[in-house]
Write a protein that binds this ligand. Structure first.
Ligand code: CIZ
Ligand code: SF4
Length: 308
C-alpha cells in the first residue's frame, strides 16, 4: 500500500490534517502504544475518555482502545460518529458474559441488584442496574440498598470489592482479564525482592493472591495519580505496560519497574499510527448501537454518574 512508504513524521502530519478536515478528536486509552498516546488529544481511562468525548464539540471521535470503550463513547454521544480504528480490537473479558447468560443469572437471583464493570458490551450494560469502573466499584456497591449483588464479568474486581464491602453478598461471575489474571504470586515475590524499596501499585483485575502483595490497589488513573503525588521515588507497576509511558514522561525523577513482562494486552496493541490514519481517511470502523439497547445501557452509566 502507498502509505507503507510514508515515514512516521509524514504520517503524523497527515493524521493532524485529516483530523482538522473531519472535525475529529482522537482519544487514546492508557494502554495504547506510545506513539498513539503521543498523537492523541487526550489519554485516559475508558470512562474519562467517554465523558471527554460527550463534552467535546467535535462530531467525529477516533477511539484508540478496545470495542467496549468506543461503544461507551457512542452510548453517551449517539449524535457523534465514533470510529474504532481496529475493528477486531476486543476485550476478551467483556466477551465472557452475554446478555442472555446474565438474564439467566438474574432469574436465579431475582432479589439481587446487577452491577456491570464498564468492560462489558452495550447489551450487558442494558441488562444491568448500574455500571462501575475500577476506580469507583467500591463506592458504587456501597451506594446500593440491595444486599445481594450480581457482579459481572470480572471475578477479580468482584473479589476485591467483596473484601472492601463485607456487608454485601457479592455473587461473582467467572470472567477475568487474560492479561492481569495470568500474573502469578511467585513472580510478584521475586520482583519485590529485586526492588525492596519500591512501592507496589496493583490493578484490581489481578488475582486476589497477587493483590495481597500491593501497597496500593487502584485503576490506571488512580495508579498514575498515586505515583505522581507520592514522595516515594520507586514503584513497581502492576497493570498493563502502556501506563509506563505517562508515568515515565510525567515523573522523570522517579523509577518505574513493570511487575511482569506478561503485562501486555494484545488487543490494546493492535492500534497503530497507520490504523489511526486509515480510520480518519476512510471513516471506519463506525460503532452503531441499537437505540433500545443504547437507551437502557445509558441508564446504567448515568446511574453510576449520580454516585460519583
Ligand atoms: O476503565 C478502564 O479504562 C480500564 C479498563 C482500566 C483502568 O483501570 O482504567
Ligand atoms: Fe480487556 Fe484486560 Fe485488555 Fe483491559 S487489559 S482491554 S481488561 S483484556
Amino acid at each position: 500500500m502507498w502509505f507503507a512508504k510514508m515515514d512516521k513524521q509524514e504520517m503524523i502530519k497527515r493524521i493532524k490534517e485529516l483530523k482538522e478536515e473531519r472535525n475529529a478528536v482522537i482519544v487514546a486509552h492508557n494502554y495504547q502504544v506510545d506513539e498513539v498516546q503521543e498523537i492523541a488529544d487526550v489519554v485516559g481511562d475508558s470512562f474519562a475518555l467517554s465523558r471527554y468525548c460527550a463534552n467535546s464539540d467535535k462530531n467525529v471521535i477516533v477511539f484508540c482502545g478496545v470495542h467496549f470503550m468506543a461503544e461507551s463513547a457512542k452510548i453517551l454521544s449517539p449524535e457523534k460518529t465514533v470510529l474504532l480504528p481496529e475493528i477486531d480490537a476486543g476485550c476478551p473479558m467483556a466477551d465472557m458474559v452475554t446478555a442472555e447468560e446474565l438474564r439467566e443469572k438474574k432469574k436465579q437471583h431475582p432479589q439481587a441488584a446487577v452491577v456491570c464493570y464498564i468492560n462489558s458490551s452495550a447489551e450487558v450494560k442494558a441488562e444491568s442496574d448500574i455500571c462501575c469502573t475500577s476506580s469507583n466499584a467500591v463506592k458504587v456497591i456501597r451506594s446500593l440498598k440491595e444486599k445481594d449483588i450480581i457482579f459481572v464479568p470480572d471475578q477479580n474486581l468482584g473479589s476485591y470489592v467483596a473484601s472492601q464491602v463485607p456487608e454485601k453478598n457479592i455473587i461473582l461471575w467467572h470472567g477475568y482479564c487474560i492479561t492481569h489474571h495470568r500474573i502469578k504470586p511467585e513472580e510478584v515475590k521475586k520482583i519485590k525482592e529485586l526492588h525492596p524499596d519500591a512501592l507496589l501499585l496493583i490493578h484490581p483485575e489481578c488475582a486476589p493472591e497477587v493483590v495481597a502483595y500491593a501497597d496500593f490497589v487502584g485503576s490506571t488513573k488512580q495508579i498514575i495519580d498515586y505515583a505522581a503525588s507520592s514522595s516515594h521515588k520507586k514503584f513497581i507497576i502492576g497493570t498493563e505496560m502502556g501506563v509506563m509511558y505517562k508515568l515515565k514522561k510525567d515523573n522523570p525523577d522517579k523509577e518505574f519497574y513493570l511487575m511482569s513482562p506478561g503485562l501486555i494486552c494484545p488487543n490494546m496493541k493492535k492500534t497503530s499510527l497507520k490504523s489511526v490514519y486509515t480510520a480518519l481517511s476512510e471513516m471506519k470502523y463506525r460503532i452503531e448501537i441499537d437505540e433500545d439497547i443504547r437507551v437502557r445501557a445509558r441508564k446504567a452509566l448515568d446511574r453510576m454518574l449520580e454516585v460519583e
